[in-house]
Design a protein. Structure first.
Length: 312
């Protein structure tokens, strides 16, 4: 199979028929062997009924329905598991991403040998309340990750099959899939300017909290990417350093006490700083041991309750 198109959705009943018809036209015009995987993230409208109706008339359409709303990352992760295409395209269900971009994205993966190509909505149809924070976080992510992308959060992306089968997306990490891919060893990451269309139906499902969550997720990815397989290296090193500082202060106070015999050690504030440093250092060291145990028992972190499936 040439292409898998994965579309996470939440309450998008109005846009689904138009979007699926548009994708099918593009695929047939380019003679692609394809599948469309619609992942219903616990919609409360008639989105699932629409998916069932569309699946009856289009054998290339498949569906996954969550029992409740888990979030976009969970939807993408389930779609990645189900995808069979050599190239995987992800896009949003709100018609703001254009399926006409699919052939060029496919070409960049297959001919230019990119592992991942991310869309860049250079001209956006969003209010300043979304565009300004987005530019800020994209700039911060560029600096911290070393990946030269302008729009990490663009839903329109293309992946080589082995990329999506090698990574896990959980929590709200969908914003930083390029960073996850890089930490997994996929270095050839490209970018393509894509059309950003004005929203035709409904309203945005994301609030202002996504910016705070986005920053916290970036911190998590950077930490997990560097120390996820070796947490003891981080906590153990930090704990040893803090413990050593406290120990050195205690040695200094002990020498000063016996050399000058003019004060009690406990009369000086620095003694309590040393005591806290020793305790905190020991706790950080023990945290490293606990983190090592946790990393070996986290196999269920991507387990979701799937209520129904179509042709899967």
């Amino acid at each position: 199979m040439d292409i898998s198109v994965i579309i996470p959705l939440f309450n998008e009943e109005e846009s689904l028929p138009e979007l699926c018809a548009w994708i099918s036209r593009v695929m047939e015009a380019n003679r692609f062997d394809y599948e469309i995987i619609l992942v219903d993230d616990g919609s409360t409208d008639t989105s699932w009924q629409v998916i069932q109706q569309l699946a009856e008339s289009n054998p290339c359409l498949k569906g996954i329905r969550f029992q409740r709303n888990y979030g976009k990352s969970a939807a993408l992760n389930e779609g990645f598991r189900a995808a069979k295409g050599e190239v995987v395209i992800t896009m949003d269900a709100d018609l703001q991403d254009s399926p006409d971009e699919i052939p060029e994205l496919y070409r960049m993966i297959t001919e230019e040998q990119y592992d991942l190509v991310s869309g860049w909505k250079k001209q956006r149809h969003d209010p300043l309340s979304k565009t300004i924070p987005s530019r800020f976080f994209n700039g911060v992510t560029q600096k911290m990750s070393g990946i030269r992308l302008h729009d990490f959060n663009c839903g329109l992306k293309a992946y080589r099959r082995r990329v999506i089968k090698s990574i896990e997306v959980y929590g709200e990490m969908h914003r930083y899939i390029p960073v996850i891919a890089k930490w997994s060893g996929f270095r050839k990451i490209g970018e393509k300017v894509v059309e950003h269309r004005a929203r035709k139906y409904g309203i945005s499902k994301f609030g202002l909290e996504r910016f705070i969550n986005g920053f916290l997720d970036l911190m998590s990815i950077m930490f997990v990417g560097r120390f996820g397989k070796k947490p003891m290296h981080f906590f153990g090193s930090l704990g040893t350093l803090v413990f050593f500082i406290g120990f050195c202060i205690c040695v200094y106070l002990g020498i000063a006490k016996f050399a000058f015999q003019q004060y009690n050690m406990t009369d000086r504030p620095i003694f309590y700083i040393a005591l806290v440093s020793i305790i905190v250092g020991a706790q950080l060291f023990l945290t490293g041991f606990l983190a090592e145990l946790v990393t070996r028992n986290a196999a269920e972190r991507n387990h979701y309750l799937v209520e129904e499936r179509i042709r899967l």
